[in-house]
Design a binder for this molecule. Structure first.
Ligand code: NDP
Ligand code: GDR
Length: 328
C-alpha cells in the first residue's frame, strides 16, 4: 500500500486530495498544526481514515518526525498562508510559512530519504499568482514570473527551491503551477465563496447586499476536485517537472456575479453589490489565463467541471447550508 504525507490537510485541497488518495488505496497521513486546531473535527468527519500528525511548516524537527512516522512514498506540500490580501499585512509570517516552509519541507525530505532520494516524490503547490503582472497571455511554464504580492513572492521562492532541489540532487520534485480552483469547501474569505454565500443569503432574505473590491479582475477558475487529480498525476511520472494547471478560460468578478445571482432568479444585481476600497489590493493581478497544454499532453489531465457548473454548485451548496443553519 503506497503512503502519502499531506501538509495543509485542513484546507480545501488537502481534503479533496485525501479523498482521492484514499480511494486509490493509499495510506494517508496529514500534518495538522496547533494545540487545538478548530478544523480537527472537520477532517475527522470528512476523511476519518486519514492519520493526523502534529507539525508546522516553520518547525523543521516536527517535519522530520512526521516523515519518520508516515514513511511516505509521496509528499504533497499544500500547507501555506494562502490568502493573498492577508499577505500584505503579514508579509513576514507569509514568507516564513509560504516561502521558507517549502525549503523546510523539501530539505526534511532530502535528509529523511538519505541515499535513495527518489524513494520519496515531492509535490509543491505553486500558484498562478507568481505570474502577477503577466508578461505573456496565456501564461505557460516558461512565462517570466513577476509576482505582485508578498504571497506571490513567497511562492516564487518555493517554486525555484523545488526546481533547485530537482536539479541539484536529482530529486523527484514537481511544481504544480495551479490557477485558481474553487469548490463548496473554499474558505469564505476568497471571492467565489464570498459571493456564493452572500447570494444564497440574499435570496433567503438573510442579508441585504454584498461588499466587494475590484469587479474587473479576471481569473481562470476551475474546480478543486479536478485539480488535485493533476497533482497526483505529476507524481506518477518517471521524473519531476513543472506543469501549469488551468482551464484556459478567464472570467471577471462581474461574470461570477451574473451567474451566481441568475441562479437564484436575480438578473439585475447592481443595487445589491457595493464596493469598498478595503477590499482593493495595493497591487492587483488583473488578468490570469493559463495554458494547460503540457498538463493535458503529458499527464493526460483534463478538467471536468466548467465555470457555470462550478458557480451553480457553490450557490446550491450555500443555499442548503444556509437553510439548515437558519431553519428555512
Ligand atoms: P487553504 O487556505 O484552504 O489551506 C491552507 C492549509 O495550509 C491549511 O490546512 C492550513 O492549516 C495550512 N497551514 C497554514 N499555515 C501552516 C503552517 N505554518 N504549517 C503547516 N500548515 C499550515 O488553501 P488551499 O487548499 O486552497 O490551497 C492549497 C495550497 O495550494 C496552498 O499552498 C495554496 O497557496 C496553493 N494554491 C491554491 C490555489 C487555489 O486556487 N486554491 C491555487 C494555487 C495554489 P490551518 O487550517 O491550521 O490554518
Ligand atoms: P486570489 O483569490 O487572490 O486570486 O488567490 P481571491 O478569491 O481572494 O481573489 C480573486 C480576485 O477577486 C478580487 N476581489 C476580491 N477578492 C476577495 N477575496 N474579496 C473581495 O471582496 C473581492 N472583490 C474583488 C481580488 O481583487 C482578486 O483579483 C487565490 C488563492 O487561493 C491563492 O492561494 C492562490 O495561489 C491563487 O488563488 C491562485
Amino acid at each position: 500500500m503506497p503512503s502519502a504525507l499531506i501538509t495543509g490537510i485542513t484546507g480545501q485541497d488537502g481534503l479533496y486530495l485525501s479523498e482521492l488518495l484514499l480511494a486509490k488505496g493509499y495510506e494517508v497521513y496529514g500534518l495538522i498544526r496547533g494545540q487545538n486546531n478548530p478544523k480537527y473535527e472537520l477532517v475527522r468527519e470528512l476523511v476519518p481514515d486519514v492519520k493526523l500528525l502534529t507539525g508546522d511548516l516553520t518547525d523543521f524537527s516536527s517535519l522530520i518526525r512526521a516523515l519518520e512516522v508516515a514513511k511516505p512514498d509521496e509528499v504533497y506540500n499544500l500547507g501555506a498562508i494562502s490568502f493573498v490580501a492577508y499577505s500584505w499585512e503579514n508579509a513576514l509570517v507569509t514568507s516564513d510559512v509560504t516561502g521558507k516552509g517549502v525549503l523546510n519541507m523539501i530539505e526534511a525530505v532530502r535528509l529523511y530519504a538519505g541515499d535513495d532520494l527518489n524513494q520519496v516524490k515531492f509535490y509543491q503547490a505553486s500558484s498562478s499568482e507568481m505570474f502577477g503582472k503577466v508578461q505573456e497571455v496565456p501564461q505557460r511554464e516558461s512565462t517570466l514570473l513577476w509576482p505582485r504580492s508578498p504571497y506571490g513572492v513567497a511562492k516564487v521562492f518555493g517554486h525555484y527551491m523545488t526546481i533547485n532541489y530537482r536539479e541539484s540532487y536529482g530529486m523527484h520534485a514537481s511544481s504544480g503551477i495551479l490557477f485558481n480552483h474553487e469548490s463548496p469547501r473554499r474558505g469564505p474569505e476568497f471571492v467565489t465563496r464570498k459571493v456564493s454565500q452572500a447570494v444564497a443569503r440574499i435570496s433567503l432574505g438573510l442579508q441585504e447586499d454584498i461588499t466587494l473590491g475590484n469587479l474587473d479582475a479576471k481569473r481562470d477558475w476551475g474546480f478543486a476536485g479536478d485539480y488535485v487529480d493533476a497533482m497526483w498525476r505529476m507524481l506518477q511520472q518517471p521524473e519531476g517537472d513543472d506543469y501549469v494547471v488551468a482551464t484556459g478560460e478567464t472570467h471577471s468578478i462581474r461574470e461570477l456575479l451574473d451567474i451566481a445571482f441568475a441562479h437564484v432568479g436575480i438578473e439585475d444585481w447592481g443595487h445589491l453589490v457595493k464596493q469598498d476600497p478595503r477590499f482593493m489590493r495595493p497591487a492587483e493581478v488583473d488578468l490570469l489565463i493559463g495554458d494547460p497544454t503540457k498538463a493535458q499532453e503529458k499527464l493526460g489531465w483534463t478538467r471536468q467541471v466548467d465555470f457555470p457548473t462550478l458557480v451553480t454548485m457553490m450557490v446550491e451548496n450555500d443555499l442548503a447550508e444556509q437553510r439548515a443553519l437558519n431553519g428555512r
